[in-house]
Write a protein that binds this ligand. Structure first.
Ligand code: F6R
Length: 259
């Protein structure tokens, strides 16, 4: 089962995950990070900034979860641009070592396989940061996605386009298609951190953690992974039936156990 950590605020979640990343990078300077975009991971990237001061990050590698298809990579909302602005530049990472799936139309027919090859060549992802959509998606694996899927093109559901319209001038500007790591790709990472904040994520979190394992709620795929840490605030945890047990287990966690 995943370990569920209920924290008082997104900032506290950011510190918890950032500390794990710092430990990883300190022990393994060429660690491979799985990077999410959207609002959820921002407190992690924020908390990493001061904590990585003085840490050698020149070898750190990273793979973003997804990208919009057909978007100009220089568009401010392309995930390439977002990762550059939120992660690469503030943390001083080497841009050549940080990858996003290639959403260019000219090469889209093999972009998924190309990305899988790059991840495999890096030895796989050590620590994957995940958000979850209101539809229960992780990456952009919308309901119905196969648990064994690898990086490929998906069609965004209307709800996701509406959710992401806040980043664009209008919903019409939100691309219809994306290229995303598959659920199988995500499950191949060695340690998953799924973060969620706010009431709007409570249903998806409860489904992912306590619901049946079903492709109708792709986040429930985390139940198949041996090492998952779910970090949620009180609002996102509000529909978890066993929340008291998760609090009790975390409060009584032996020091030697780690996350
Ligand atoms: C982003 C991603 C998505 C988001 C999810 C939540 O790379 O893969 O799964 O994590 O849509 O988005 P936010 O964090 O903006 O609520």
């Amino acid at each position: 089962m995943a370990e569920i950590v209920i924290v008082p605020s997104p900032a506290a979640a950011g510190v918890l995950v950032a500390d794990e990343i710092v430990t990883l990078v300190t022990t393994r300077p060429d660690a491979v990070l799985g990077l999410a975009t959207g609002s959820t991971p921002l407190p992690v990237y924020e908390a990493l900034r001061p904590r990585l001061q003085g840490v050698d990050v020149s070898q750190v590698r990273g793979f973003a979860l997804d990208e919009y298809v057909g978007i100009d990579p220089n568009h401010p909302e392309s995930y390439r641009s977002v990762i550059t602005k939120e992660v690469v530049e503030p943390l001083g990472l080497d841009p050549a070592r940080i990858h996003t799936p290639n959403g260019a139309l000219a090469t889209i027919s093999h972009a998924g396989e190309d990305y899988e090859r790059e991840i495999a060549a890096a030895g796989g992802v050590d620590l994957q940061i995940l958000g979850i959509g209101t539809s229960g998606h992780i990456g952009f694996n919308e309901p119905g996605s196969s648990f064994s899927s690898r990086t490929r093109v998906k069609t965004l559901i209307q709800q996701t386009r509406e959710d992401n319209a806040r980043f664009f001038d209008s919903i019409d500007d939100v691309p219809m298609h994306c290229i995303t790591q598959g659920l199988g790709t995500i499950l191949s990472a060695r340690h998953l951190f799924l973060l969620a904040f706010g009431e709007g994520k409570a249903r998806a979190v409860a489904g992912a953690v306590e619901g049946p394992v079903t492709s109708s709620l792709p986040g429930s795929a985390i139940q198949l992974h041996p090492h998952v840490t779910v970090v949620v605030d009180e609002a996102a945890a509000s529909q978890l039936k066993n929340a008291d047990y998760y609090r009790y287990a975390f409060a009584n966690k032996p020091d030697w156990q780690g996350l």
